[in-house]
Design a binder for this molecule. Structure first.
Ligand SMILES: [Zn+2]
Length: 252
């Protein structure tokens, strides 16, 4: 059977993703996979759209990493703002941990997931390696164990869930789609209990969007068009994950 190139590409992505997550796919999602097109509004979220906390890493006195004329806190905020725009276009609600150059502790960031009863939490960072290192690519982290502080924040009987299979699948969706959107090297998903994701009460991931220590990757990161691709991929991953959760809830 011959498919239109777009469909063929989408099917490949889909099969790879299904293999990653061991799950089936939805035609609604297939329809979303038009390369570089903004996410279409999701009619299933019209009534009470899920809320996503988008966290721009670092800020204020904490600049994060600095290399090749790039300061992490500025780039993370820029990408986070683009993710917000994409998610809102898809009909999701978004709360940013910061909208300017202000400092928040990791606990303050994670706590916003509880305050706003978020369905998902995504933290945006840039990666570094030693000076002159050629390491590049994108990787997505999720927490294997939810911090006690986060467990205590979930009210009894709440529908909020954290790592009961949620965050690893969430990380796979984001990682796969952000690499598909950017064609960046896929460094995979990794379990690590970074405080900001371990302390969030909902499925949470931290995306390292590229190495600013790499001269070639930092050059790409300086281009707004490339940052749009990163944001589009992250937003698609978030939307896919939430859509699948909605179907699972509806089907259970
Ligand atoms: Zn960082």
């Amino acid at each position: 059977m011959k498919f239109h190139p777009f469909i063929a590409q989408s099917l490949q992505t889909l099969v790879a993703f299904s293999a990653l997550t061991g799950s089936s796919f939805s035609l609604v999602w297939l329809e979303q996979q038009r390369a570089a097109a903004p996410l279409p509004r999701q009619s299933c979220w019209n009534e009470m759209a899920p809320l996503v906390v988008v966290d721009a890493g670092h800020g204020g006195h904490d600049g994060g990493a600095v290399a090749n004329g790039v300061i992490e806190k500025k780039l993370s905020l820029d990408i986070a703002n683009r993710v917000k725009k994409e998610l809102e276009a898809a009909g999701l609600r978004v709360v940013m941990t910061r909208t300017d150059d202000s400092f928040l502790s990791l606990d303050e960031r994670a706590a916003l997931a509880s305050t706003h009863q978020a369905a998902a939490f995504v933290s945006v960072h840039l990666n570094t390696d030693g000076a002159g290192s050629a390491a590049e690519g994108i990787e997505t982290y999720f927490a294997e164990t939810q911090a006690l502080s986060a467990r205590q924040l979930v009210p009894a009987g709440s529908s909020q869930r954290h790592n009961e299979g949620g965050s690893a699948e969430f990380a796979s969706a984001v990682q796969h789609l952000v690499c598909a959107a950017t064609k960046a090297e896929n460094r995979g998903t990794k379990a690590r209990d970074y405080a900001v994701v371990a302390r969030a009460v909902c499925p949470a991931v931290l995306v390292e969007c590229g190495f600013i220590t790499s001269t070639s990757e930092s050059a790409r990161l300086k281009q707004a068009g490339y940052r749009d691709k990163i944001a589009n991929g992250i937003a698609r991953g978030v939307a896919l994950f939430l859509q699948r959760q909605a179907f699972q809830v509806a089907g259970s």
